[in-house]
Structure formats: C-alpha cells, structure tokens
Design a protein around this ligand. Sequence first.
Ligand code: ZN
Length: 251
Amino acid sequence: MGISKTEGIVLKHTNLGEADKILTLLTRNKGKIKAIAKGCRKPKSSLLASSEIFTFSEFVLFKGTNFFHITQAETRESFYNIRKDLLRLSYGVFFTEMADFVSDEDIPSERLFLLLANTLYYLSIGEIPLGILSLAYQLKVMDISGFRPNTAKCVSCGDTSDQYEKFSISLGGVLCKKCHGYDAKAMKVSSGTIEFIKILLNTQISRLNNLKIDNTIFNELDRIIREFVRDHLEKEFRTLEFLDEIKETQS
Ligand SMILES: [Zn+2]
C-alpha cells in the first residue's frame, strides 16, 4: 500500500461525478491500472493536462481499495499534434485501443509501454508514413503478446527453402509448396511481403523513417496483418474500419 511513482500513458478515460475522471493507464512498471484523477475536469486542476488521452506523465499514486488515486502528475509529453488532425487522432485511438486490449491489469510489460510511447511520439511528429507506422506497431504488439508471425520456416513441415507462396493466418506463418493443402484459407504472399514482415518486426520504430514500401506489397501486408491480428486476438477493432473511411475521403 501507500504512495508510489510511475510513468504512464492515458489509454482512455471516463467521467466520474462532477469533476473527476477514471483513467485507464498503461504504466511502465505496474501494467495497466485504473486510477481516479480527482477534480481533473476543473479548468485550474493540476491534473487537467495529464488526464487527456495519449498523454505521457509521471504519476504519483496512492493505492486505495479498488482504484489507484492520483495525487500528483507531471506531464512529460502531451502529444498534442495527434489531436490536431482526424487521421492521426484515429490512428492514436487505434494504437491505444490495441494496447488496452492486449495488456493486463497489474501485469507489467515495459516493452509494450515503451512501444506505445515511441509509436505515439512518431505519430505526433509525423516523420514516418502513418500506414507503415501502424503495420509495424501491430506486428510488434503481436510479437510482445506471444504471436510472432513465423517467416523463417514452413509452419507445417519446417522446410527452410525460402520458397513460400502462402501465409497461414491460423498456423501463424508461411507454408511451403508441399504444405499449401494444410490450410485451405492460407493467403497468397509474395517474397517481398515476407521480407517486409521481417523488417517491420526487427527494426526499431525510430529507424522506419527511410523505409519505402510499394503499393502492391503494402496492400498485401495490410491484408495479412489485419487478418493475423483479428484471428489471434479474436478482436475486431472498429477504429480500423473508421480509418479506412477517412483514408478514402482524403485520397
Ligand atoms: Zn511445408
């Protein structure tokens, strides 16, 4: 019990009473927690800025019976730019929703925390094409969650010939020619797409700014990663469909 300090990112918030909020925080060392920010909706509250979605702060917390209570907060990054643009805002909502879905209360994952913090940072400064940032983020979240796509060998027979034409979502990776029949729903995959899955998994977010992916490969990656996330997390992220609609109106 008692007082503790942690860095945290606001994944979502709901209003409580007249002036309070319950924040869902992804913290650096306590996993996902729910914390009450008392009075944070008052214009002069010292917790006002730190209670906004995406904001990265250092929190001083007191553990109550059911919730943590925020006694102090110091904003490190508000990622304000994310909120200025509908497309970025929607990506930001998707990234926090996904982190919320795969994280557990009180089970720390510093990797997930740092990944989200980095991804929001690059989303706010806009140096990396948003589509690429999103694909890399999704693959890395899946990896952290124990679902790393297997691109090194056939997921059925272990063949390492490097001649793969199909990707099995349910088996979690590439299939060699002999094993196509093991999954009737396996998706067509090009060697370029397989290469980019490896690159996106193995490259730090900060180093994605020079990456160029041609449209055909990007679309194939997008289809495979989307199915992969949906199948293994058993979750449909509505924000992704909303993102598709915004992209259509902007193109
Ligand atoms: Zn095989």
